[in-house]
Write a protein that binds this ligand. Structure first.
Ligand code: GLN
Length: 505
């Protein structure tokens, strides 16, 4: 076990806290100090809550001293993506339009973190309203990849992935509408899980596309994500799409890491052509490790996946254009009065505010979504996309008859350079080709590091998908793979990342 508290996993910290060897205050202090040292260069956070985190740490220490029954993660700090409402803490969604908004309530997930005594370190950076794969669409500047500061940390949840990868937080919360937990995990060498749709409450999550959005855990190990999943998951009467069933046995599955006899389906459409050679090579080796651990491999085909990206980029903008209508200059954050207008109407104020408050990508999607939903085009675009969505779910159903889990590389490439795909939205969208189908079908997915690609020495991700509410299978496969790969590497992959202690910017 490591003695540097910032490099300890959440499970290790839980053991240290449980044994009374460290206090939550010491752990929280160490992480805040690490942030002070490196976040000028990485920019994981939009807001650090030093006072709040230390107060919560003290409360956790007091609860432990008083002998209260505690979750294993009590006292282990967590960073939260700025898309979750946090009472008393700014929540901007990476947008100017929400600048200055301090929510009067907590998202259910945040409430659960607080009740389980996990100190909230701060709010992490993201692409504006979670639209993007790089954090470059954040109105507050991009986050950077700790493996190479000139590269993207993935998106939209690149603040959370980079915080975890740069040892500023052992745990973080992300949200995944089309891959925003899994792709950032893949390109930073970390773990991220998108639970089954409805498995974690969306109450207090600022909506991008309500039928696709799902919050979930980010961490450096599979077990840590499972532990966090257990805290945030489960039924919530405040979310009408919340599944009224117990959280799948994710922690037990992560601890057992048993894949003997499990049928692993390789999705033909999500491998090979279009995938960077080094990413594909690490994927092939990972499959072999699972075979060595007793799994069986089958090949499956999901022909409708060819249309997944097209369907997603009609459904998402449609829902987003409707969800973002609430930013009307009256209710939240920014209000801009148009210049040179003597007595501006509400509509003029709204237009000026939305023009100044939303970035280009958000405007692009609002325009696309409004068009797709307009009468006369609704059936042709939104209606067709919904039919494709059904076909994709049918493909998954068939594939899960032949296989217990499906696997693919998480993202087709390693982290690209900042600026590389900014001028070409389509190139950016293509980075989510392997993650989007799961959101359309509502099934759970997990990304675990598969190694470094030969051509650039950067991390690649291995994706596992399971049927709805079989989230535990993700953790069993992820943990089995992690155990074998960590042994083969002689330690965690992130031990090879630059340690950043020299950088100041
Ligand atoms: N990159 C995808 C998009 O831009 C996914 C975003 C997400 O999962 N929030 O829509």
């Amino acid at each position: 076990m490591t003695t540097d508290l910032t490099r300890a996993t959440a499970a290790e910290l839980a053991d240290l806290l449980g044994a009374g060897s460290v206090s939550s205050r010491e752990v929280t202090r160490a992480l805040l100090d690490r942030t002070a040292a490196v976040d000028g260069a990485v920019h994981s956070y939009l807001h650090v809550d030093e006072a709040g985190a230390l107060a919560a740490a003290d409360a956790a220490d007091r609860a432990r001293a008083a002998g209260e029954p505690l979750h294993a993660l009590a006292g282990v700090p967590v960073a939260v993506k700025d898309v979750m409402a946090t009472r008393g803490l700014p929540t901007t969604c990476g947008s100017r339009i929400l600048q200055g908004w301090v929510p009067p309530y907590d998202a259910t997930l945040v409430r659960r973190l607080r009740e389980a005594h996990l100190p909230l370190l701060g709010k992490t950076n993201m692409d504006e309203f979670a639209m993007g794969s790089s954090t470059e669409h954040s109105a507050y500047g991009p986050s950077r990849n700790p493996w190479d500061l000139e590269r993207i940390p993935g998106g939209s949840g690149g603040g959370s992935s980079s915080a975890v990868a740069s040892f500023q937080a052992p745990l973080a919360i992300g949200t995944d509408t089309g891959g925003s937990i899994r792709q950032p995990a893949a390109v930073t060498g970390t773990v991220g899980a998108k639970p089954t749709y409805g498995g974690v409450s969306r109450y207090g999550l600022v909506a991008l596309a309500s039928s696709l959005d799902q919050a979930g855990p980010c961490s450096r190990t599979v077990l840590d994500s499972a532990l966090l999943h257990e805290v945030i998951g489960g039924h919530d009467p405040l979310d009408s799409t919340s599944v009224d069933a117990p959280v799948p046995p994710v922690v037990e599955a992560a601890r057992r890491a048993d894949v003997a006899g499990l049928r692993i389906g390789i999705v033909r459409e999500l491998t090979g052509e279009g995938f960077q050679p080094g990413v594909q090579a690490r994927f092939d080796e990972a499959v072999q490790h699972l075979v060595d651990a007793g799994a069986e491999v089958v090949e499956v085909s999901c022909p409708s996946f060819t249309y997944a990206l097209a369907a997603y980029y009609l459904i998402l903008p449609s829902e987003a254009s409707s969800n973002l209508a609430r930013f009307d200059a009256m209710r939240y954050g920014l209000r801009v009065t148009p210049e040179g207008v003597a007595a501006p109407s509400a509509e003029q104020v709204m237009a000026a505010t939305r023009d100044a408050g939303f970035g280009d990508e958000v405007k692009r999607r609002i325009i696309l979504g409004t068009y797709a939903l307009s009468s006369g085009y609704y059936d042709a675009y939104y209606g067709s996309a919904q039919k494709v969505r059904r076909l994709i779910a049918d493909d998954f159903d068939r594939a899960f008859e032949a296989a217990d889990v499906l696997v693919s590389p998480t993202a087709p490439t390693t982290a690209f350079r900042l600026g590389d795909k900014l001028e070409d939205p389509m190139a950016m969208y293509l980075n989510d080709i392997a993650t989007i189908p799961a959101n359309l079908a509502g099934i759970p997915g997990l990304s675990v590091p598969s190694g470094l690609a030969d051509e650039d020495g950067l991390p690649a991700g291995f994706q596992v998908l399971a049927p709805a509410m079989a989230d535990d299978r993700l953790y069993a496969v992820g943990a089995a793979l992690e155990a074998r790969l960590t042994a083969a590497w002689g330690g965690p992959l992130l031990d090879r990342a630059p340690d950043l202690s020299e950088v100041t910017r």
